[in-house]
Design a protein around this ligand. Sequence first.
Ligand code: SF4
Length: 225
Amino acid sequence: MDRSHPTEFSDFCSTIWTERLRHFLDSRKRDLPKEHFETLREALGERFSQYQRLLLEVQSGEPRALLALHLMNEALMTVAHVKVSCASGCAGCCHLEVEITEDEAELLACAVQKGVPFDAERLSLQAKRSTNAPEWNTGAVSENRCVFLSEHNLCRVYEHRPLACRKLLVTSPKENCTLSQQSVHPVPVLEAELLLSAVLSLSNTKKGHLAAMLQNALLSDGTAS
Ligand code: SF4
């Protein structure tokens, strides 16, 4: 297991940052006096390192995926006061490309092994797509439905849904999520972006879109053929 972790901002600025975290840093760099920005950067660097240390202390696979989900739930408590429009049965974001890690794929494969239903036909079709494939930008069409989305638009792996699903909270009307992503206003959650960046930056885990990663996990444990 790789137990190295970045201790300085410069050690991880070349690693994977979520798009929102990059935008946040860019805007603060523009708006803040240099010394204030440096203070902020150091604080974020320390938090990022804390997350990586915690993640590297546990075994990869399901245990680390469960820890990351727990940490994400804690991170989201920082915006618990924000009134969001996300509600049971609205599933606009469940038609987007969802990036997950190998750890999360193992957790989802385990759910499938335990009998959670999923759309095997759609999995096989979506798994052929490349990362950032243009098909993901065609909106809330049936081909883009997540393989775990039920006919009632409920997530069949809600307790174990990936970090990327968990952290997407919006304040815009829920109808906007199925119309145009341009009119969607996500809630910025700095802690969640730092955690996800730390997860995606782990050197010993692969990442990719949900269908491809899940199919690989099912193939490697013999559930799919
Ligand atoms: S895992 Fe659940 S929350 Fe995430 S995209 Fe699929 S159905 Fe939606």
